[in-house]
Design a protein around this ligand. Structure first.
Ligand SMILES: Nc1ncnc2c1ncn2[C@@H]1O[C@H](COP(=O)(O)OP(=O)(O)OP(=O)(O)O)[C@@H](O)[C@H]1O
Length: 206
């Protein structure tokens, strides 16, 4: 069954015209295409950060413009390439995000489980300022995954990773998301990873 159906054009970005796209519920879909073709922009459209100049995005059969924006954004989470972490430790960040969502904080053990799924085995007391860009993205991913959204939009989560860690990360995320019925849409430039993990592949700009 289709969870998301989209048709979108973007006039203000050199008129990007996206094809009609359907995202199946509980699937792990990849978005591929050459640099600059509009992949990140498409995830921002799905997350309602950008409103298309024409077309509609339907989520569970309803136009997303008509859904309450805050609850929609709680269900459809975007992990961008440039993530935001608060000043403080990894644990502070889990707590801050859970407080912002007004949900009960996780135990230390639960936080460590999600860090492990995301191939970041740092202590919870690690100061986020000391993390590299790729490490910050995986900590952010661990926090967002731990929110157990309905849809997780991932913008190049493996960009900063070596081959072995990329496979491990996508394998762990796919296993967890299948268990929890989370639909994933992931941007990736690596065909080997796409072949290994994709249920569906959407190629933009071809
Ligand atoms: N806020 C903006 N204002 C103007 N142009 C933008 C803006 N955001 C993106 N663009 C342009 O829109 C096009 C699509 O950008 P987007 O980031 O979606 O591409 P991408 O396919 O994700 O690229 P990459 O693979 O390099 O990350 C690019 O030409 C980019 O320069």
């Amino acid at each position: 069954m289709s969870l998301i159906q989209s048709s979108a054009d973007l006039q203000f970005l050199d008129f990007i015209i996206y094809p009609q796209i359907q995202i199946k519920e509980n699937s792990f879909s990849f978005i591929a295409g050459k640099s600059g073709c509009g992949k990140s922009t498409y995830l921002k459209i799905l997350n309602r950060t950008i409103i298309p100049s024409a077309g509609t995005i339907c989520y569970q059969g309803k136009d997303i413009q008509e859904l309450p924006v805050l609850s929609y954004r709680k269900s459809v989470l975007l992990v961008p390439q440039e993530v935001f972490l608060f000043d403080g430790t990894i644990k502070d960040n889990f707590n801050n995000y859970f407080d912002a969502r007004e949900t009960e904080r996780l135990t230390d053990e639960e936080m460590l489980k999600f860090l492990h799924i995301c191939c970041t085995n740092f202590a919870l007391t690690t100061d986020c300022k000391t993390l590299s860009g790729g490490e910050k993205q995986r900590v952010f991913l661990a926090i967002f995954l731990s929110c157990v959204p309905q849809v997780l939009l991932l913008d190049e989560p493996t960009a900063a990773l070596d081959k072995k860690t990329s496979f491990e990360l996508l394998s762990n995320i796919k296993e967890f998301c299948k268990q929890e019925n989370i639909t994933v849409v992931c941007i990736c430039h690596n065909d080997e990873l796409i072949q290994r993990f994709s249920d569906f592949t959407i190629r933009l700009g071809v």
